[in-house]
Write a protein that binds this ligand. Sequence first.
Ligand code: SAM
Ligand code: DTB
Ligand code: SF4
Length: 362
Amino acid sequence: MSLSVNATIKTTENTINDEVKHNWTIAEVKALFDLPFNDLMFKAQTIHRQHFNANEVQVSTLLSIKTGACPEDCKYCSQSARYKTDIDKERLMEVEKVLEAATKAKEMGSTRFCMGAAWRNPKERDMPYVLDMVKGVKALGLETCMTLGMLSEDQAQQLNAAGLDYYNHNLDTSPENYNNIITTRTFQDRLDTLDNVRSAGMKVCSGGIVGMGENNSDRASLLAQLANLKPQPESVPINMLVKMEGTPLSDVDDLDSFDFIRCIAVARIMMPKSHVRLSAGRSAMNEQMQAMCFLAGANSIFYGCKLLTAKNPETNQDIALFEKLGINTETIADNNNEQQVAKQLATAIVDKQHEDLFYNAQ
Ligand code: SAM
Ligand code: DTB
Ligand code: SF4
């Protein structure tokens, strides 16, 4: 059984409250975090409804196209070669295998296929393969997303030309906390990659991880960095740390559930037009907590029983939850519909002009 789909034509709701703020201070963000929980949720849900159908969630499927043996030292990650973790390392997958997985994801109701590689950055020899993957997945009628590490200007342009819709590259944590988590690339390196992605013409997917032992100020600072990007990322994954055995963060204290939900709500308020993705960590959340995240404005998830190396809820659990909550999945047709409506309108206008011409001619 696949998720039910529901095409929606977005109308004037998208034009309401067009102001997007790009000069958030950490103090302003902290003030949002400090609101009474019910006030924060109400504000987030109100803003959410101005821009989105509140009962619709976008679903993507993730595939690890190259697993493990990564030279980077991200302290949360099972795929770093520096930590002794229990994962099966794999070379770059064959294009055909990737397309098989994408076909299955589409059959299950996913609209976007996100391919991730455990690389610091793609090497030139890898590019022909990843470009073929993008072209193949796109030809299946899916939206395409990749996360391959840092990109040069030229690599970003090649990916864009191949048809890549989104590039995922997270800021991960605040600039202040950054060196506690990663030392092998800088925060500025990440901003530079996002710049290259944007300049090449792709949509940006960028967010972070919470629950890594950071403080309230770090969470506010991360969200300020994301919201102050101009334009804001179209997709903002908020990951709850999945504590991977063998990594330096495997024993960090749990983040309080309400603090996580607050992050989603604050992200929604600050980035009103972006899809906020309830990303890694759902396996450790009960249905009620996930429902609260949707109420706080999360409107996108990873769908399918595996993330990259970590577990995700089983497909049938997600279908059951969506049914209980009356949530429908967003279709790519949302955009296509807009384009179709625009085309129909243009045709109607031309037809009308023709009618007028004939009328005048009489
Ligand atoms: N190697 C590339 C990179 O780091 O840019 C792409 C893949 S990497 C796994 C993509 C993102 O997944 C990371 O930036 C991080 O935000 C998230 N991630 C990785 N491990 C995680 C974990 N254990 N818990 C939560 N999020 C995680
Ligand atoms: C993102 O922000 N989260 C996804 C995706 N982008 C690539 C990755 C989550 C990884 C969770 C840990 C794992 O599967 O190893
Ligand atoms: Fe490598 Fe990406 Fe994992 Fe960092 S997050 S260790 S770059 S796979």
